[in-house]
Design a protein around this ligand. Structure first.
Ligand SMILES: Nc1nc2c(ncn2[C@@H]2O[C@H](COP(=O)(O)OP(=O)(O)OP(=O)(O)O)[C@@H](O)[C@H]2O)c(=O)[nH]1
Ligand SMILES: [Mg+2]
Length: 456
């Protein structure tokens, strides 16, 4: 691996969440932690044994009693020596212990850990690759059971292995192309015998499968922003309340009730949906409402999905505001057209268009279809096997790799010079390696690890 210089100054942090708890853990990592063990635990601890002892201050007074654990390098989370002090989980006890560690460790340059620094060291010491390190953060952040399970799968290396298998295939093909380049007189032989086209097709198929799963992983991790848009009084706030299962937004028969937007996150099949209820769109003289309406337009333009509501009892087709909603969206944003208040209709409406739905935010009619349609347009596929957590950065890398393999395929078809083909394969492989972190800039590492919590 091409890693930057591995930092060696020892670090320490409170590893457990702030607040009161039964147990709180201080964790230190470094190349030599013997001074901490001596001073605080009164002994050099045996490897990987839980020792119940007193944590001592500078006057040998007991700060607390608890369990101390020593994980000698390289068999530890970071790959360095790790000392764990498990004390009572009070904020003051842990602060005292932390300060004691920093005082004793001053001589060896012990300092407070930065966010994610333990995991960063694990990565730099090849304990985890980058996709796995990111999965650690995903696991901690996971808000749904599905998110937990997929992060756990990424952490155990499911995603990384899929990438490695793909990289292996690319390497194999590159090797053959390079061999052909080195021995040009046998050109036809090498490439026809090994079926370069067949291999490229298989690489594409493999990449598509990973892409599909990674996209599901991103959905689970990040969710989607769903904006409820429409004219005043069509029932946007009522729908938000219905979807959220509680009265979050004020609902009245007065047009212009919602003036500032409201956000609420809910789950749909374990996917986080960040729902935004907006101020009804109309021309308004009211200063506050106008600002609210301006925000509605901004939200519509940024939405991942828009639910465009209309009142089914007065569906004015071609209304300028409804048309303006459609043109305010990004062209790729999926929209569902909802005709609300169908409970007031004498005869039910129907449509063959799956994007047009008839609902009632009052009775809940049509909600099942709405949920199903929502899952479909955000690209959720039920029953995707072996789901793993993934991030937008992974999708981007997969996309770029796919572009290079696509170009390579074109070169193969058009009989373009082999060294150009070889170069495309090489570039594609580099993008795949960004995912697992074999080639990664320090800037990117900084961005990734700074989003962790301290102590992880
Ligand atoms: N009968 C019936 N009434 C509904 C339905 N949905 C909403 N309403 C009523 O329509 C009125 C407006 O509902 P809201 O949810 O406040 O509408 P809104 O789109 O948020 O309106 P603004 O905030 O003004 O933009 C209220 O009196 C609701 O009770 C429905 O499905 N059926
Ligand atoms: Mg409203």
């Amino acid at each position: 691996m091409t890693h930057a210089t591995i930092p060696t100054s020892p670090i320490v942090a409170i590893a457990t969440a702030t607040g009161r708890g039964g147990i709180g853990i201080i964790r230190a990592s470094g190349n030599d932690l013997s001074c901490l063990m001596h001073a605080i635990c009164g002994q050099i601890l045996p490897a990987r044994h839980a020792t119940y002892l007193a944590f001592l201050d500078q006057d040998n007074e007991v700060i607390d009693r608890g369990i101390a654990l020593f994980f000698p390098s390289p068999h530890s989370y970071t790959g360095e020596h790790i000392l764990e002090l498990q004390a009572h989980g009070g904020p003051m006890v842990l602060q005292l212990l932390l300060r004691r560690c920093l005082d004793v460790g001053a001589a060896i340059g012990l300092r407070l850990a930065q966010p994610g620094e333990f995991t960063q060291r694990a990565y730099l010491n090849n304990k985890l690759d980058l996709a796995q390190a990111e999965a650690v953060a995903d696991l901690i952040e996971a808000g749904t059971e599905r998110a937990v399970r997929s992060a756990a799968r990424s952490l155990s290396g499911v995603f990384s292995r899929a990438i490695h298998d793909l990289v292996d295939k690319v390497t194999h093909l590159r090797m053959l192309v390079e061999a052909t380049l080195d021995f040009p007189e046998e050109e036809i032989d090498f490439l026809t015998r090994t079926d370069a086209q067949g291999q490229l097709t298989s690489i594409h198929a493999n990449l598509n499968t990973i892409m599909l799963q990674a996209k599901q992983g991103v959905l689970l991790r990040e969710g989607v922003t769903v904006v409820l848009a429409g004219q005043p009084n069509v029932g946007k706030s009522s729908l938000l309340n219905l979807l959220a299962g509680e009265d979050i937004a004020i609902v009245t028969p007065i047009a212009g009730t919602t003036r500032d937007q409201l956000k609420q996150s809910i789950q749909l099949n374990g996917i986080p949906l960040h729902i935004i209820d907006t101020a009804g769109l109309r021309e308004s003289e009211d200063e506050v409402e106008r600002i609210g309406i301006a925000r509605s337009w901004e939200s519509i333009a940024r939405a991942d999905v828009v639910l465009h509501l209309r009142d089914a009892t007065q569906p004015q087709m071609g209304d300028p505001i409804d048309l303006a909603i459609l043109s305010a969206l990004r062209p790729t944003t999926p929209v569902l057209q909802l005709y609300n208040k169908i409970d007031l209709l004498p005869v039910p409406l129907t449509s063959n268009d799956k994007q047009i739905l008839f609902v009632s935010a009052k009775t809940g009619e049509g909600m099942h279809t709405l949920r199903e349609q929502l899952l479909e347009i955000i690209g959720w596929q039920e029953g995707t096997e072996g789901l793993f957590s993934a991030r937008a950065r992974h999708i981007e890398a997969l996309d770029k790799a796919a572009t290079h393999f696509h170009t390579a395929t074109t070169y193969l078809h058009t009989g373009t010079e082999l060294d150009l083909l070889a170069e495309e394969l090489r570039l594609g492989q580099i993008h795949l390696s960004y995912i697992t972190g074999e080639f990664t800039s320090d800037d990117l590492l900084g961005v990734i690890f700074s989003r962790f919590c301290i102590g992880k």
